[in-house]
Design a protein around this ligand. Structure first.
Ligand code: HEC
Ligand code: HEC
Length: 168
């Protein structure tokens, strides 16, 4: 993976980073912090390891499950109620994700559920992009593999989680 492509991912991830609670937030290092690593391969690895702090957060993993079932919370427990991605990742015909997840985050009045996160494209990542249980190296290889990453160049397309940063 080239450093330039990784730099783009870092910028994108920084934009998508979702606060996990004030006490736990350690901001990502800026790309410039890696400029002193002169070996390109070492720099790529260092950038990806930094990016993986976001990638491996439960907020991301919950939609990139190993099975076709959504998970929730910091402990990746099965979604309540149990939710299956179905063929296209957007739920089963009788209970699609959009029955509850609207185009944007919705604050609830319930104490136990602060908000229902939302996005117009809410749904599970495809099975080829399953990350739960994988090492950072395995995820890195997956993201670079056009067969599994939807044939995309890195960080090009809008992502379903992008607008979730306002989640209370
Ligand atoms: C019956 C309503 C309902 C349906 C249908 C539904 N969800 Fe949810 N989902 C919720 C609620 C409510 C929450 C917030 C729970 C909380 O904060 O404790 C949630 C939270 C989540 C989260 C957790 C986000 C996080 O930050 O931990 C993910 C991921 C998720 N849903 C994915 C999906 C997917 C994918 C589908 C469709 C396959 C789906 N949901 C269908 C109600 C639903
Ligand atoms: C609401 C569910 C959801 C959440 C939450 C989520 N993703 Fe995704 N992710 C998807 C979907 C759906 C795709 C496939 C999008 C497509 O193919 O256009 C995807 C694809 C990706 C890809 C492309 C994978 C590849 O192999 O190239 C990356 C990178 C990614 N997500 C990163 C993240 C990061 C980082 C987070 C946390 C900030 C995150 N995702 C959280 C649903 C989610």
């Amino acid at each position: 993976m080239t450093t330039m492509r990784l730099s783009r991912v870092m910028v994108c991830l920084a934009a998508a980073a979702i606060p996990l609670g004030a006490a736990e937030v350690i901001p990502l290092k800026p790309v410039s912090a890696f400029a002193s690593v002169t070996d390109e391969k070492a720099r790529s690895v260092a950038l990806f390891v930094e990016a993986a702090r976001v990638i491996t957060s439960p907020r991301c993993m919950n939609c990139h499950p190993a099975t076709r079932q959504a998970t929730q919370g910091d402990d990746l427990h099965p979604h309540v109620p149990l939710m299956y991605g179905g063929r296209y990742g957007v739920g089963l015909p009788g209970l699609p994700c959009r029955a509850c997840h609207g185009p944007s985050n919705v604050t609830t009045l319930a104490e136990s559920i602060a908000s229902i996160p939302g996005n117009p494209a809410w749904g599970l990542a495809p099975a080829s992009m399953a990350w739960q249980g994988k090492s950072v190296r395995e995820i890195g290889l997956q993201i670079q593999d056009p067969v599994r990453n939807g044939g995309r160049t890195l960080a090009k397309r809008p992502h379903p989680a992008r607008r979730r940063s306002s989640r209370p």
